[in-house]
Design a protein around this ligand. Structure first.
Ligand code: MN
Length: 246
């Protein structure tokens, strides 16, 4: 199995190396990742200038750094390595839960893999007091890959690992609350500025990604590319049929 690994934290992230080491137990690994951090860039692609890559061996891995976004890395990686079967992204330094997955570069890399016909899996984990312990979650990353690599469906999965997991749970994306907020402030010159930040969410929906993580479970959320609201579409068609019957 040919495994392409990318992320949004940049090619030198310890989370990317931790994922590459685990993935190498499952197949042949190639790393194609952004040259600098691209967190919260979502699924942006670079179309106004050309991209290039530089070979950047990381330990024993074939690795390439690209002057682009996570989605660019996966596109170029799959173009240059056509035999790619699976795209893994992460392990992100920080969780990607609920509404955050709309702007997650980590998920976007996996999503770009799925758009190109590959299986895409995104991995994220929160820190404990600013520290990341990848040894502690390694066993669970292995368990997740054993589970997800054996079937073709689901083909896009968002995985979040708590610092000290006690098992796996399939979950849904928690979207009831939006946790983004704007915090105004002033700079040292007295000029107004604005920080885009997050507010903690207290009550979480049962069986959601956030709910599972709060209880110490690895959260696996199967996602789809098609965002169509099927209920709204059916209602709109029904309404349109009513109008045409007049
Ligand atoms: Mn990141």
């Amino acid at each position: 199995m040919n495994i392409l690994i990318s992320n949004d934290d940049g090619i030198y992230s310890p989370g990317l190396l931790a994922l590459a080491k685990v993935a190498s137990k499952f197949g042949s690994v190639r790393i194609v990742a952004p040259d600098v951090e691209q967190s919260s860039m979502g699924h942006a692609i670079t179309s106004a200038r050309p991209l290039n890559y530089k070979k950047t061996p990381i330990e024993d891995f074939d690795a390439f750094r690209i002057n682009g976004t996570p989605a660019d890395c996966v596109t170029l990686g799959c173009f240059l390595w056509k035999e790619t079967d699976v795209v893994l992204s992460g392990i992100n330094l920080g969780p990607n839960l609920g509404n955050a997955i709309w702007h997650s570069g980590t998920l976007a890399a996996a999503k770009q893999g799925t758009l190109l016909g590959k299986k895409g899996i995104a991995f994220s984990t929160p820190s404990v007091s600013g520290e990341y312990n990848f040894d502690r979650i390694e066993r669970f990353v292995i368990e997740v890959l054993e589970l997800l690599l054996k079937d073709s469906r689901p083909n896009l999965i968002n995985v979040n690992l708590p610092p000290d997991p006690q098992g796996l749970k399939w979950t849904k994306q928690s979207v009831r609350h939006y946790d983004g907020m704007v915090k105004p402030g002033t700079d040292p010159m007295g000029r107004q500025h604005y920080w885009y930040t997050v507010t903690p969410i207290e009550d979480t929906d049962e069986d959601s990604d956030r709910w599972a993580m709060e209880r110490g479970y690895v959260s696996l959320t199967p996602l789809r590319i098609d965002l169509t609201d099927e209920t709204a579409l059916a209602q709109a068609n029904q309404h349109a049929a009513g109008i045409s019957r007049g």
